[in-house]
Unconditional design. Structure first.
Length: 387
C-alpha cells in the first residue's frame, strides 16, 4: 500500500482530485436515499444509478475485490462515497471475503455487498453460500451470483436455479444474478428472455473493445429489468511503455459509463492510489475528445496481446485448445493485474487436454484469430509461464 488510510484521508478530498484532473461535475444526480449518502464527506460527489429491478441505488463506481489485500483500501473507498462492493468465494484463495468482512465493520448499513460462488452440486453450492456469509460476517448478502457462466445451459440449469431461488427465498440473498466472462451477448439474452425471470442481475465483461453486439444485448437486458454491472472495463489494464505518463484507465471507465444501461463498473482497487483514480471518475464522467484519443492509442498499444475472448479461434484449432481462457490467464500475469499466482490458478482450471500443453502436438499453429492476434506466440508464452 502506498500510504496508510489515515494519511490518505488527510491527503486529499474528492474535490482536490477533481481539480488536479481537470474534470467537470458531469455526473448523474446524487440520490440522498442511497445507503451511505448521508455520511459522505463534504466535497465528495458520488453518482448513482439504479440496478435494474432490484431497485438498489448503487454508485456508478463500485469496488472490485479480486486482488485487494487490505480492508483499509475498501474502507477508503466507502469513505469516498462508494456503496457497492463485489467479491467472490474464490478470490485470493478464499481470503477476500474475510477481508471484506473486516472492512464492513461499521459500514454494513452503508454498503451493498455482492459475492459469487462457482457452480457445483446442490450441496456444494449451499455449503459455499453459508461459508461466504460466515466469512463476510453477515446474515445475508444483497446479491449472490453464479460465477462465470458461459453457456446458455448454465443459465437454465435446474440445480443451479433451485439453489439460488432457495437462497433468495430463505433470505440468504436479497437478489441473485450471474457473472459472464465470454459469450456475453448470448448470456445476456438468456437471462433477459427467461420466462421465470429468475436472475435479477448480470455482471458482464464490457469495455471499449467489446463487440457492438454486447452493447445491444445490454440494452435488451436493461429493458427487461436486468441490472447490469460491468467488469473487465480496463481491457486488461496493461501498462505500456508507449504511453509514458499517460494512463488510459479513467478514460476506459468513462467509456463504459456513457452507456446508461450500465448501472456500475467495478474496477479492481488494489491500492489507495487506485481508490483516488477510480472514484474521481464519478465526478467527471463526460467522455472527452482527449479520452477518445487516449483509448485509440491504448488500443494500438495492446493489439498484439489483447484477446477479445470471442472463442472463434477455437473452431480453427485442430486440438480445440481453450485459447481464450489461456489468454485470460496471460492477462492476469502480464496486464494490470500483475499477478502470476492468479494467472496460474486460472490456468490450472483448464483441462490439460485443451491447455497450451496440447500445442506441442502441432509443428505450426493453425488457429486463426479474427482480430489478428498471433495465437502461436501467445500459446508459446503460456507454455513458458505455466509449464
Amino acid at each position: 500500500m502506498d500510504m496508510n488510510r489515515r494519511a490518505f484521508l488527510k491527503f486529499s478530498s474528492f474535490g482536490a482530485v477533481m481539480a488536479a484532473s481537470g474534470g467537470s461535475f458531469a455526473a448523474d444526480q446524487p440520490v440522498p436515499g442511497a445507503p451511505g449518502a448521508e455520511a459522505i464527506p463534504k466535497g465528495v460527489t458520488p453518482a448513482y444509478r439504479t440496478l435494474g429491478r432490484t431497485g438498489m441505488k448503487i454508485t456508478v463506481i463500485g469496488v472490485g475485490a479480486l486482488k485487494t489485500p487490505d480492508p483499509a483500501i475498501f474502507q477508503a473507498a466507502f469513505d469516498r462515497g462508494v456503496n457497492y462492493i463485489d467479491t467472490a468465494r474464490v478470490y485470493l484463495n478464499g481470503r477476500s471475503e474475510k477481508l471484506v468482512g473486516e472492512a464492513l465493520k461499521g459500514y454494513r448499513d452503508k454498503v451493498y455487498v455482492a459475492t459469487k460462488i462457482k457452480p457445483g452440486t446442490k450441496d456444494q453450492m449451499r455449503a459455499l453460500m453459508k461459508e461466504s456469509l460466515g466469512d463476510l460476517k453477515v446474515d445475508y448478502v444483497d446479491l449472490m451470483q453464479l460465477h462465470d457462466i458461459s453457456v446458455k445451459d448454465g443459465v437454465y440449469n435446474k440445480d443451479y436455479r433451485e439453489v439460488f431461488a432457495e437462497a433468495k427465498k430463505q433470505g440468504l440473498a436479497r437478489f441473485i444474478g450471474v457473472t459472464v466472462h465470454k459469450n456475453e451477448a448470448e448470456m445476456l439474452d438468456a437471462v433477459s428472455q427467461d420466462p421465470e425471470k429468475l436472475y435479477d442481475t448480470v455482471l458482464v465483461t464490457y469495455n471499449f473493445k467489446s463487440d457492438p453486439g454486447v452493447k445491444a444485448a445490454i440494452e435488451r437486458a436493461a429493458q427487461a429489468g436486468i441490472g447490469i454491472v460491468a467488469m473487465k472495463t480496463q481491457a486488461g489494464g496493461y501498462n505500456s511503455k508507449e504511453f509514458g505518463d499517460i494512463k488510459p484507465h479513467q478514460a476506459a471507465l468513462k467509456w463504459v459509463l456513457q452507456d446508461k444501461n450500465v448501472a456500475a463498473a467495478i474496477p479492481g482497487m488494489d491500492s489507495l492510489s487506485h481508490v483516488v483514480e477510480d472514484t474521481a471518475v464519478m465526478g467527471m464522467m463526460q467522455l472527452t475528445q482527449a479520452d477518445v484519443e487516449t483509448l485509440k492509442r491504448y488500443e494500438v498499444a495492446i493489439a498484439s496481446y489483447y484477446c477479445h475472448r470471442c472463442d472463434r479461434c477455437r473452431e480453427t484449432c485442430p486440438m480445440r485448445v481453450n485459447i481464450s481462457e489461456i489468454n485470460r490467464s496471460l492477462m492476469y500475469a502480464e496486464g494490470g493485474y500483475n499477478s502470476l499466482s492468479l494467472a496460474r490458478a486460472t490456468y490450472r482450471d483448464i483441462p490439460t487436454a485443451v491447455s497450451a500443453a496440447a500445442c506441442v502436438n502441432c509443428a505450426q499453429c493453425a488457429a486463426a484469430c479474427p482480430h489478428g492476434l498471433n495465437i502461436g506466440e501467445r500459446m508459446s508464452r503460456a507454455q513458458e509461464l505455466f509449464a
